[in-house]
Ligand binder design. Structure first.
Ligand code: ADP
Ligand code: ADP
Length: 231
């Protein structure tokens, strides 16, 4: 069975008398271990879809099944629990806590996920090597370059071995070299760790590293196509 099944998903924002249909009739399935890029112009509904898939907001129409569970039937508390245990997030602005070290940022993510398993130091060593972060983890975010901060954010997202990794414009603030490092790591998470990766991007070249590309326009999914699987 697919790990994510979206059926006729919709989201209408209401502010006073104003109604915005940010997402309409979005239907697709994503398999375990698949890497899917979501592309589309600004305002096309990418973030809305991302927040729904991440359990951060509820759809106003349609249904969403994640790992066979009907997301819309869960209470807020259950949804939060599922999100913390199974989904890793990466954002454009890194979102690291500024007052603690990179290492502590990663360990805190493990604590919050509340998986009941001990902190996986061997995995952190592996991720740190893959991401070129050796010798950088004792530094606070402001002592790291933007590229290093995003690589720390990737390690933080992967440390709990989440089944699903959601990345919102993860290379939006990065130079080419760091963008490639981040994209290659997400590719590896999918291909070698069998994690399901969904990545929003503005960059059509970056999207090609995925297995498939979902294209959005005016709140609708207008295409789902195979991608190259490499840069
Ligand atoms: P994208 O991520 O592709 O730029 P969004 O999902 O952010 O698109 O936005 C889709 C549409 O929904 C836009 O018209 C946007 O203005 C609107 N929208 C997004 N969030 C809200 C919100 N919280 N309240 C009202 N309208 C919103
Ligand atoms: P990268 O692109 O590999 O992330 P940069 O080329 O930006 O790194 O930086 C080269 C070196 O300078 C790195 O070792 C990095 O730690 C250091 N550096 C970059 N920005 C800062 C900063 N704001 N404060 C301290 N050190 C930094």
């Amino acid at each position: 069975a697919p790990i994510i099944e979206a059926s006729q998903l919709g989201k209408t924002y209401r502010t006073g008398k104003l109604e915005v249909q940010a997402l309409k009739n979005a239907s697709f399935s994503i398999n375990r271990g698949e890497f899917v890029a979501i592309v589309g112009p600004s305002g096309s509904g990418k973030s809305t879809l991302f927040y729904i898939l991440g359990g951060l907001t509820s759809p106003t129409a349609g249904s969403l099944r994640i790992q066979g569970q009907d997301f819309s039937r869960l209470s807020d508390a259950e949804r939060t629990k599922l999100r913390r245990a199974h989904i890793g997030f990466v954002f454009q602005r890194f979102n690291l806590l500024p007052t603690i070290s990179a290492y502590d940022n990663i360990e805190l993510a493990h604590q919050i996920a509340d998986t009941g398993k001990p902190f996986d130091k061997a995995l952190l060593t592996e991720l740190s090597g893959l991401l070129g972060l050796e010798g950088r983890l004792q530094h606070r975010p402001n002592e790291l370059s933007g590229g290093q901060q995003q690589r720390v954010a990737i390690a933080r997202a992967l440390i709990t071995r989440p089944a699903i990794v959601l990345a919102d414009e993860p290379t939006g603030n990065l130079d080419t070299e760091n963008s490639i490092a981040v994209l290659e790591m997400l590719r590896k998470a999918s291909r070698e760790f069998n994690q399901t990766v969904l990545m929003i991007t503005h960059n059509p070249e970056a999207a090609q590293i995925a297995d498939r590309i979902i294209t959005m326009r005016d709140g609708q999914v207008t295409g789902i196509e195979a991608a190259r699987g490499s840069l």
